[in-house]
Design a protein around this ligand. Structure first.
Ligand SMILES: Cc1cc2nc3c(=O)[nH]c(=O)nc-3n(C[C@H](O)[C@H](O)[C@H](O)COP(=O)(O)OP(=O)(O)OC[C@H]3O[C@@H](n4cnc5c(N)ncnc54)[C@H](O)[C@@H]3O)c2cc1C
Length: 321
């Protein structure tokens, strides 16, 4: 059984981190079931990078028509390659674009489609996988009853595992069908790291007292190369844009490191961040509920702790750069 992965690239043609994670994931499956891992990517500058993660064949299409995400065209291309390469499993990341095309692809290739997967599938009679559900408060075991499957892997649930291998790189000439609509240009409003792509997220709550103090969050985020986020009341108060609000009613965060500053840790906030790997909490109140969910906690005033942390990180970076 050959497995196809869809390795997403950014607008500069670099692979997103998820691409290596799903390659590692697919390699582990193939080492149990036999068969090869193949990848499809669009406009990758360094497709060979996937060979570090066990991908045997990379189909990279360099085509300006594929620069901007288009669910119809992308799913046409991926399903064509899936069929021509005789694959029976497609692995995606649980990014918003991949989740979007997953449903279309499940119809095109007649496959069972499961998102937010956190386990390697087990073959019983059918394929069985475990997924996160109810904003990560429960696990669900799902049986795929079709012979083809699409598995969208939850971010950071598997990690990167290098398996260097010899790779064949080929091009694929897609016959792009007529579009229903066309993106003519994209203008980014900010060059900051987005919450969805960030490895590290620095988040602030009402404990920061007002928007004038957000320099603490921004400075810490800058030194760590992190995205900034906030609790719901902070965006409701207009201290920060709604695009930064995380939690049950905001964006989900699955970063490797989540630093919560002046956030109490209400259940609705935790619902959106509890799939982050390491959670660090800075709060004056030792009884703040967030400490129960934290891996590391600092009981202290953000106005003392954060500037010290920034200084120490700068010092550390200057010694290690
Ligand atoms: C239906 C519903 C959906 C919701 N969805 C969301 C959601 O998606 N996301 C979300 O975030 N909330 C959500 N909420 C709101 C949630 O219940 C909490 O009210 C909210 O998360 C609290 O935000 P906060 O922790 O920033 O503020 P607070 O609860 O006011 O907590 C501030 C914290 O800062 C600490 N603090 C104060 N001063 C300092 C200092 N100098 N240094 C360090 N710490 C300090 C305090 O000890 C306190 O723990 C939702 C609520 C409902 C009812």
């Amino acid at each position: 059984m050959d497995i196809l992965i869809f390795a997403e690239t950014d607008d500069k043609g670099n692979f997103k981190k998820d691409a290596f994670e799903i390659a590692s994931y697919a390699y582990q499956i193939s080492s149990q079931t036999g068969g090869n891992v193949k990848a499809i990517c669009f406009n990758s500058k360094i497709p060979e990078k996937l060979s570090d993660y066990g991908v045997k064949k990379i189909i990279n299409s360099e085509n300006d028509e594929l620069k901007n995400f288009d669910a119809g065209i992308y799913s046409d291309c991926i399903s064509d390659v899936f069929k021509s390469e005789n694959c029976s499993m497609l692995v995606l990341s649980s990014s918003s674009n991949s989740k979007y095309i997953g449903g279309i692809l499940s119809v095109k290739i007649d496959a069972g489609y499961v998102t937010n997967i956190i386990s390697i599938p087990v073959k019983d009679n059918n394929l069985v996988v475990v997924r996160n559900t109810f904003t990560n408060k429960a696990f669900e075991t799902v049986e795929i009853t079709k012979s083809n499957s699409i598995l969208a892997v939850s971010k950071n649930s598997f990690g990167l595992k290098e398996n260097p291998t010899k790779t064949e790189i080929s091009d694929f000439n897609f016959n792009i069908s007529e579009r229903r609509n066309k993106v003519s240009s994209i203008e980014k409003t900010s060059n900051k790291v987005t919450i969805a792509d960030a490895d590290i997220v620095v988040s602030g709550g009402r404990g920061l007292k007002g928007p004038e103090n957000w320099y603490l969050i921004e400075n810490l985020a800058e030194v760590l190369g992190a995205a900034t986020a906030c609790s719901k009341p902070v965006s409701d108060l207009g201290w920060r844009p709604h695009s930064e609000h995380v939690g049950q009613t905001g964006k989900p965060v699955s970063s490797n490191l989540y630093i919560a500053i002046g956030i109490s840790g209400a259940i609705q906030h935790l619902a959106g961040v509890n799939s982050s790997k390491v959670k660090v909490v800075i709060n004056t109140d030792p009884d703040a509920p967030f400490f129960k969910a934290a891996d590391y906690g600092i009981v202290g005033d953000a106005f003392d702790v954060v500037p010290n942390l920034i200084d120490k990180l700068k010092e550390f970076k200057s010694v290690n750069d």
